[in-house]
Design a protein around this ligand. Structure first.
Ligand code: 3PY
Ligand code: MG
Length: 256
């Protein structure tokens, strides 16, 4: 079973990182540092399916799980990324229980769902067909992103749907939905986050949060608050802050 699924299912935290740089070397390097999962972003980065497949190859030797953030509530894309070898999907901007159901069904083989079988890379081109097909429904990871205030208001109804491993807050979109894009400390944003966190706890779904600044203390704060599926910054921010720390240790942006 995937490490991330086992941790989330047993009440532990699974720490990952987002990837916007679509290159297997970046994935290999980051996976080797011990993240439980990496999330390759097909919503906001120039990632195509051939990159998903290359990244899937690059991360597995270290036991890291590859998750792919889809471009929306997109069952067809979910099938493609799982066939390429991803262990699961992160679905952005889920707004309703029906959308959650659609995606839970999309990643599972019949009779539980409607994913098509194949002799794909995920099934070792057919050599592992029986084994992969038998185990897959229990092992696939599905996280929904709740990142709109209307989704926060219906979080219990969405998260009560069966088959969800985690609910991930996207703080930027959540703040944008409230008319305060990027103001992550706005009281309305914080209240919506609390509503989602509380619903996660009530419904037994791991709460997730994207901590964007690459600062350990912020990750610790979220862990202490009860979040268990934490995106620890992203490759581009790690690189940017690494450069700044070398050139301007105070962290100031580049002077104009
Ligand atoms: C957001 O903040 O909206 C995100 O999607 C973070 O990954
Ligand atoms: Mg978002």
């Amino acid at each position: 079973m995937a490490n991330t699924k086992a941790k989330l299912g047993s009440g532990q935290a699974a720490l990952g990182c987002w990837m916007l740089i679509p290159h297997p070397a970046v994935a290999e390097l980051m996976a080797g540092e011990g993240f439980d999962w990496l999330a390759l972003d097909m919503e906001h980065a120039a990632v195509d399916l051939s990159v998903v497949e290359q990244v899937a190859r690059a991360v597995r030797p270290s036991g890291c799980d590859l998750l792919v953030r889809l471009d929306g509530v997109n069952p067809t894309l979910a099938k493609h990324v799982l066939d390429a070898g991803a262990q699961g999907v992160i679905v952005p901007t889920v707004m309703t229980p029906e959308e959650a159901d659609t995606m839970v069904a999309a990643v599972r083989y019949p009779p539980a769902g409607n994913r098509g079988t194949s002799l794909s890379r995920a099934a070792d081109y057919g050599r592992a067909f029986a084994d992969y097909t038998r185990r897959h429904n229990d092992e696939v990871i599905v996280a929904v992103m709740l990142e709109h205030h209307l989704a926060a208001a219906r979080a219990d109804a969405i998260l009560a749907r069966p088959g969800l491993d985690a609910a991930f807050i996207g703080p930027y979109d959540l703040s944008a939905s409230l008319g305060v894009a990027g103001q992550l400390d706005d009281p309305r944003v914080l209240a919506a986050e609390q509503a989602i966190l509380a619903a996660c706890k009530r419904q037994g779904v791991a709460a997730g949060y994207h901590v964007v600044p690459p600062e350990r203390s912020r990750i610790e704060e979220r862990l202490a608050a009860g979040y268990r599926f934490i995106g620890c910054s992203l490759d581009t921010q790690l690189l940017m802050h690494g450069c700044r720390n070398l050139l301007r240790p105070a962290g100031a942006p580049r002077p104009a």
